[in-house]
Structure formats: structure tokens, C-alpha cells
Design a protein around this ligand. Structure first.
Ligand code: SF4
Length: 462
């Protein structure tokens, strides 16, 4: 292991990546393949294999992915350079090498990204969301967030993601954090309504902040849930970001009510037209007091999401990821620090943004101690929770695991609104898990057969 990590952390590697970035700045079309050759030369042969193959294919065939890459060339040059340096080099290449070293040394998960809630406050009053009622009661101070990032960097973590509440209620502190940790990439989920001219100028100044705006369908659906006029405010924010040549993406939660709209070709075309570089899809999770199990997609609806997203991924110039149906690309559940963890506004360190049980609070322990806390160690030992990558989650698809982990570790409910007993939560997901299991088995079989067929074809062509 040490030869890999030494290679990735070496001065030669970093200077090769600097050369690569300057190649891209000069003539991306002509130099993209040279950059891939450099990456292949320096990166261990078994790292990011499918991703590297997809990028190489995009460059060589100039497919829809290449159009996404071209949009990246159109970004503000300073922002683009910060993205390549912070996201590609610091977070994903040399950062991953440090993380692997730490995993070996410490015997626990070390994440690639840390999610944190700067605040529980929000400026909107969306149906089903507790944030507005809960108000401004809980906040991580600037010093708390600074300490989390400083501790994270020592473990090789250079990717930070804000959730909430509405993170941009704290935009001054967020910008100050971006400025202080200019070697990290910061991303924020946001309702988008607080993005204005001034904030775009601040983003251009610090260069390392990327928003993911929440959109859950077309205008009627969005305004119905979030309040009249919200959709147009979000569209306006995207227009501003595009005008300033700033990168942004979209985050969409799919439910039984909106799955058809948000997986339609019209929705994909709309997001591309707005200028989004990526869309992250989240399956609705029936967590907490306001849970609405009737919003859980049926097996047929989830299958439809699976098929449509994969279809448009091959044809549309936008990077799409469905966190529940794409676990095969990351080896199953990524929580518990395996790829990420979540710190709520009270400082509780939770395995996942949807799993509100914890034995550790950042005000009382270090980040590394939290990663070694009992429930995190159960994740470390238990992952993956299922060999079928269409059933990755210990709460949604394998609730017996969450029940057991919480009871065994004595992890406390950290739900900011009202504590929730793990049996209450898992009794809610159990029927869903049972309905989904046989469909997921068939779909996974189909997935494996297709993959086998593709690799057979590649071998023949090769
Ligand atoms: S705990 Fe469930 S929702 Fe969270 S990352 Fe793992 S699979 Fe996804």
C-alpha cells in the first residue's frame, strides 16, 4: 500500500497534475488525451478503473459526456482550475491515498467527504420539512466548522458538503470557510433562493464553492410544496450562475408523486437548458415525525427510475447519479465514514444524512474518535449490507441491520425535531424492503447479464 500512497502523494505526481491542468487550459480538445495518459501513468492501475475508461471513451468518441466536459471548459478559468486542483487532485487522488493509509493505520472507515449542517434554520416553509418551524435554534459555529475541516484534512478529506436547514442562511461563514481552506472543494445543497449577484461575485472570488439547487419537478409541483414564486426564484438563481460562468448542479428527491416528471426527457432537457452540469437523485426516505410512507416509490416506479436515468445517462449531456440505484459504482452503502459521514447542527456525528443515530458529538470528541465510535465501527464491519447493489441500505432495504446496529451500540436518536425509536423507523421501511426485494433480485440479475455481455463484446473487439 505504501508504494501506491507514496506515488500519489509525491512531488512528481502533483507537478504532473499541474502540467495536465495547464495543458487543458491551453487547448482542451487537443490535450485531453495527453492528460489521460498522464493520469494513467501516475495512478495505480486498479484505481477508478470504470471512471477512467468512461472519460477515455468520452474523449475518443466525443459522446454526450464529452459535451459535459466541454461545458467545464466554458467555466470561469479560476473556478475551473480550483475545481481540478481541489476536487480531482486533492480530494480524489492524493486525498484518497492518505485516506487509504489512515484506514490501514487506524482500522476504521475514513471518509472521502464530510457533510455538515451549518444551521437548522431555513428561509422557506416547505410542506413536510421541519426546518422552518425548528427555526434558528441550532448552528455549528464558524470555529466548529473550521475545526472539522482542519481535522478532516489531516485524514486526507478535501471535500465538504453543506446540508441543512438552508446552508446559505449562513453564507458569510461559508464563504469565509472556502477562503480559509482554499485547497478544499465545498458543495452545498440549497433551495437556491438566497443566490444573488453579490453571492455570485463571492463565489468567483473564492472559486471553490459549487451549489446543488433543489428542484423536484416543474413549476406547479415546486410551488405547491415550497410556496408560490419559488420555482421562478430558483430559475433566476441558475440564470445568474450561468451568466457568471459558475458551475452548479441540481438535487432532486423522487417520490411516488413526482417520479414520472423528474425522470422524463423534458425534465432532463430542462436541466441541461438551465446549464446544470450534474443532477443528483435521492430516493425519498420516510424518516422522522413527518414521514409519509405513501410517498415511497413502488417497485415498478423505482424500476422505471433505474431504467430512465441509465438511458439518459448514455445520451444527455449532464452527469446524473441516483444514490439508491447506482450503489454498484461505489460498492454499496457509502455511509458510516466509508465514503462520507454527516454532522448535524447540534454537532452529532451521524453515519448518514438519513440515519439519525449516533454515539458521538463533535463538541466532545475528535473526528477520528467519532469514526471509531460504536455505530461507525458496526458500519465498518458490516458493509456492504447486501451483495445485491440495488439493495444497499441498512435502513431502507435491509432494516434488520439498522435495528441491530442501533440496539447493539446504544446509539441515541439525534433527530433534531423529535427522537425516533429505531423500531418505529424500521417498521415503516420493512414492508417496502419486502416488496422491493424480489424485483431487485430480477433487476440485479439483468444488470449482471448485461455487464457480462458488454465485457464479452469488449474482449471480442479487443
Ligand atoms: S445508510 Fe442508506 S441512505 Fe445512507 S448512504 Fe447507506 S445506503 Fe445510502
Amino acid at each position: 500500500m505504501s508504494s501506491i500512497t507514496d506515488k500519489m502523494k509525491s512531488v512528481a505526481f502533483k507537478s504532473a497534475m499541474k502540467t495536465a491542468i495547464s495543458y487543458l487550459d491551453k487547448d482542451p480538445d487537443a490535450n485531453a488525451i495527453k492528460v489521460m495518459n498522464l493520469v494513467d501513468k501516475f495512478m495505480p492501475a486498479d484505481w477508478y478503473v470504470p471512471q477512467r475508461a468512461a472519460i477515455r471513451e468520452a474523449i475518443e468518441t466525443k459522446n454526450n459526456w464529452y459535451q459535459v466536459v466541454e461545458k467545464v471548459w466554458d467555466l470561469d478559468p479560476g473556478v475551473r482550475k480550483a475545481f481540478f486542483t481541489n476536487f480531482m487532485v486533492n480530494a480524489s487522488l492524493s486525498g484518497s491515498a492518505v485516506q487509504e493509509d489512515e484506514i490501514d493505520k487506524e482500522g476504521c472507515n475514513i471518509p472521502w467527504a464530510i457533510l455538515m449542517d451549518p444551521t437548522t434554520a431555513c428561509n422557506l416553509h416547505c410542506t413536510g420539512c421541519w426546518a422552518a418551524e425548528y427555526g434558528n435554534r441550532l448552528n455549528l459555529s464558524f470555529e466548529d466548522m473550521d475545526s472539522i475541516v482542519t481535522q478532516g484534512k489531516a485524514l486526507g478529506v478535501f471535500m465538504y458538503i453543506f446540508t441543512g436547514g438552508e446552508p446559505l442562511v449562513r453564507k458569510k461563514d461559508i464563504i469565509a470557510l472556502c477562503e480559509k481552506h482554499s485547497d478544499c472543494e465545498f458543495l452545498s445543497f440549497t433551495n437556491g433562493t438566497l443566490i444573488d449577484e453579490e453571492f455570485c461575485r463571492e463565489m468567483l472570488r473564492v472559486k471553490n464553492f459549487v451549489p446543488a439547487l433543489s428542484v423536484e419537478g416543474f413549476e406547479t409541483a415546486t410551488d405547491g410544496r415550497r410556496g408560490s414564486g419559488t420555482y421562478q426564484k430558483v430559475v433566476h438563481a441558475m440564470k445568474l450562475l450561468k451568466e457568471h460562468r459558475l458551475p452548479f448542479g441540481i438535487s432532486t428527491c423522487y417520490t411516488s408523486a413526482n417520479y414520472d416528471d423528474v425522470s422524463s426527457e423534458a425534465y432532463f432537457d430542462q436541466m441541461i437548458d438551465w446549464g446544470a452540469l450534474f443532477v443528483w437523485y435521492f430516493h425519498y426516505m420516510p424518516v422522522g415525525q413527518g414521514a409519509a410512507p405513501e410517498l415511497l416509490p413502488t417497485p415498478e416506479q423505482r424500476t422505471e427510475m433505474y431504467r430512465r436515468i441509465r438511458k439518459y445517462r448514455e445520451t444527455k449531456p449532464i452527469f446524473s447519479m441516483d444514490f439508491q440505484n447506482d450503489a454498484e459504482f461505489v460498492g454499496g452503502c457509502i455511509a458510516g465514514g466509508r465514503r462520507y459521514l454527516h454532522i448535524n447542527a447540534a454537532g452529532d456525528v451521524e453515519p448518514c444524512v438519513f440515519i439519525h443515530y449516533s454515539n458521538a458529538n463533535i463538541h466532545q470528541c475528535t473526528l477520528l474518535e467519532a469514526l471509531k465510535s460504536p455505530i461507525f465501527m458496526e458500519y465498518y464491519k458490516g458493509q456492504p449490507f447486501n451483495d445485491n447493489m440495488l439493495r444497499p441500505c441498512p435502513m431502507l432495504e435491509n432494516p434488520e441491520f439498522l435495528r441491530e446496529m442501533v440496539k447493539k451500540t446504544g446509539a441515541k436518536s439525534t433527530d433534531c425535531e423529535q427522537p425516533e425509536d429505531v423500531d418505529t423507523l424500521c417498521d415503516r421501511t420493512e414492508p417496502y424492503a419486502q416488496r422491493w426485494a424480489p424485483v431487485a433480485e430480477e433487476l440485479w440479475k439483468e444488470n449482471r447479464e448485461e455487464k457480462e455481455q458488454r465485457s464479452g463484446c469488449e474482449r471480442c473487439i479487443g
